[in-house]
Design a protein around this ligand. Structure first.
Ligand SMILES: [Zn+2]
Length: 673
């Protein structure tokens, strides 16, 4: 067995000063534990030892695969960053390893090792135990658990590590995740190291493709990406391109196989929202045997390239092919049957290939109950959109069901909000025996998505909350989480930060935000039309606005006592938004009621419109100050996005200006360019 040895084993080396362990008072323990996120299930720090960073040595196998190499890299990076040196000391050993069959790590028995097997999700569980006063051991049943143990260790050490000293906790930790899978989908790969450090483990890997014969795409697996997933203890599953019904839109499949497209009007989901988003695409005709051949070939191809678990996404959105054959059954049954049969075909050649089916089809109907009942037991069920009863029943009956229906993390306006919407789906999912509740991560800002390097800034708070409750459902209260988050981020008064988040979380999110034509739900998208028809532009009553203003002022008073700028800058943005909503309400009243045949009526509308434009400029300026605080690469992102947001307002402003001019039958006033 080969071990990475940064030291010669032995104590009392020249130059090191051994200090006896000290008791850690309860209050200090609690303070220390606030540096941990998520909160471990069982933790006690009765004693600690104070040493010099140069006294510490890390011991870990360096021939046991990428996870252990990563752990060593993480820990050495911490020592280099905080202490300016490598952990190559000899006085105190930190030993990390996967337990062998005798329950030992590096030939040393680990207390309570046998207990690990009885932990929930034991493959990801770990122990931290002192071994006398000169060793601390992190042990797990496999490399995933070890990775999480190392993250806890890293957070514990980071709290008390400086250039001159380190306080090592002689901690006793037993920990495991409540949810087997935790995290987000649709987030960038580059954000993985940061998410994994929060013990999140799900990030959808989508395989690539090259064009094949007759417009059938050939999947391409990126081994580097699979390796990266392993290195960070992430779930290793490859998504087979996209929803089956998008294979024509993206790859031109129906050019050679027009019969694969679902028939009839009812094959297309109905509704304005789908049209607006250009997602009114027919479901597939799942009765066509050619579909089974295509999917089986793609699965074989992915397995041949190293994929061991694949998820296939069914047609997206409601629809039912109207061909005679499909009408004998239902869309959800036919699609899940075709994917199951394709997988069974692929398994003849690749018996260890695992399958997940992503149910973007299915509802509360008996057809869905039957579709799920017909699945072989080893197929895992993934469900997006509403978790209807058949999916919950399947989970209750012991099926493996993962939900993709957690709260959407995409609001870059209100970044420090924990709503029921974020925590509830996780706690409910835990009770319902789901394997995880993932969030869609699509933080749009300006014209597009926030770049990966900005994730740790813009999304740290909501993703930390997701990490907290997915790992330890009944651990912290919202207030305790806020205090822990603020402690980790260097706030002078974490309890006050917690108070601030409670006040701003109560704000109505509908009042906050900048105008955009690209967002279907943005109230300004249709404002010009409403002016033309003299309809109300406003969504909020005077009473609602007064309450919101009061909330903003209270929040600002709290935020200004904090040592970090973000809460105050963000609160001023909210204040500007609410003030702007008040000006919009005033204009709205006049648009509906004022007599524009009279000069005084026209004057009132003009003045109200001017006031709204001024208020909107204040919103954009406040938003700009919020974005200016985000420092990451590419550095020009912040400027670009500010221009884009302003551009979207100018477009709407122009349309509103023309509509108002039409109403007043005057020439448009000059619009800022
Ligand atoms: Zn059909």
């Amino acid at each position: 067995m080969k071990w990475m040895r940064w030291m010669v084993v032995g104590f009392g080396m020249i130059g090191s000063v051994w200090a006896a362990p000290q008791a850690v008072p309860e209050a200090e323990q609690q303070q220390w534990i606030k540096h941990l996120l998520p909160l471990p299930h069982e933790i006690a720090i009765a004693k600690s030892v104070t040493l010099k960073p140069a006294d510490i040595g890390i011991v870990i196998r360096n021939d046991a695969g990428p996870v252990q190499v990563q752990i060593l890299a993480d820990l050495t990076a911490l020592f280099q960053e905080r202490a300016g040196q490598m952990p190559t000391g000899t006085t105190f050993q930190i030993i990390l390893g996967v337990l062998d069959e005798k329950g030992q790590v590096e030939g040393r028995a680990v207390a309570d090792a046998a207990h690990l097997k009885s932990c929930p999700n034991s493959a990801q569980a770990y122990l931290i135990r002192p071994d006398g006063d000169t060793r601390l051991v992190v042990a797990a049943l496999n490399e995933k658990g070890l990775y999480y143990g190392a993250q806890t260790l890293r957070q514990l050490l980071a709290a008390k590590l400086t250039r001159d000293s380190i306080i090592i906790p002689l901690a006793v930790v037993t920990d495991w995740p409540d949810m087997e899978e935790r995290g987000v989908w649709n987030s960038p790969f580059e954000a993985i190291p940061w998410m994994a450090a929060l013990k999140l483990n799900h990030q959808t890997y989508v395989c690539g493709q090259t064009p094949g014969t007759n417009q059938i795409p050939v999947p391409r697996i990126d081994r580097v990406k699979l390796d990266m997933l392993r290195q960070y203890a992430m779930v290793i599953c490859a998504r087979m391109l996209y929803h089956l019904n998008y294979f024509d839109k993206y790859y031109g499949l129906y050019k050679f196989y027009p019969e694969l497209k679902g028939q009839g009007e009812k094959a297309v989901c109905a509704g304005e929202l789908f049209k607006f988003a250009k997602r009114d695409i027919p479901v597939i005709c799942a009765s066509q045997p050619q579909w089974r051949i295509i999917v089986a070939d793609m699965l074989k191809e992915m397995a041949a390239q190293g994929a061991r678990e694949v998820t296939v996404w069914l047609s997206e959105f409601e629809g039912q092919c109207q061909c005679a054959e499909c009408l004998k059954s239902t869309q959800v049954q036919l699609e899940s049957k075709l994917v199951t049969e394709a997988w069974q075909e692929a398994r003849k050649k690749y018996p260890d290939l695992m399958l997940r089916i992503f149910f973007s089809q299915g509802d509360a109907s008996p057809a869905t109950v039957q579709a799920l009942a017909d699945l072989p037991p080893e197929i895992k069920i993934e469900r997006v959109y509403s978790i209807y009863k058949p999916f919950l029943d399947a989970a209750a009956q012991g099926r493996w069901v993962l939900s993709f229906s957690g709260a959407v993390i995409g609001n870059s306006d209100q970044r420090f909000k924990i709503s029921e919407a974020l925590v509830k789906p996780i706690t409910n999912g835990y009770t319902a025996k789901l394997k995880g509740v993932l969030s869609l991560c699509g933080p749009y800002l300006g014209n597009g998505l926030i770049p990966p390097n900005y994730y740790p800034i813009v999304l740290d708070y909501p993703l930390s909350a997701l990490a907290e409750w997915s790992w330890n459902v009944n651990g912290r209260t919202v207030r305790q989480f806020n205090a822990a988050w603020a402690t980790r981020h260097g706030f002078n008064d974490p309890a006050l930060f917690a108070e601030w988040t409670e006040v701003i979380s109560a704000l109505n999110p509908g009042m906050l935000g900048t105008p955009s034509k690209k967002d279907f739900k943005n109230q300004f998208r249709v404002t010009a039309d409403k002016i033309k028809h003299r309809q109300s532009l406003s969504c909020f009553s005077t009473q609602e606005l007064t309450i919101a203003l009061g909330q903003c002022w209270s929040a600002l008073a709290i935020a200004e006592k904090l040592n970090q700028l973000e809460p105050a800058v963000e609160t001023r943005y909210f204040l500007a938004c609410v003030q702007m909503q008040a000006k919009l309400a005033a204009l709205s009243d006049l648009i509906v009621k004022s007599d524009v045949t009279q000069p005084s009526g026209r004057q009132q509308v003009k003045e109200a419109w001017d006031a709204l434009r001024t208020a909107m400029d204040a919103v954009l300026a406040a938003k700009g100050r919020q974005i200016d605080l985000w420092k990451a690469k590419p550095a020009d992102f912040t400027k670009k996005v500010q221009e884009e947001i302003r551009g979207q307002w100018l477009e709407i402003q122009k349309a509103m200006d023309e509509a108002i001019a039409g109403l007043l039958k005057t020439m448009p006033v000059n619009v800022m360019q």
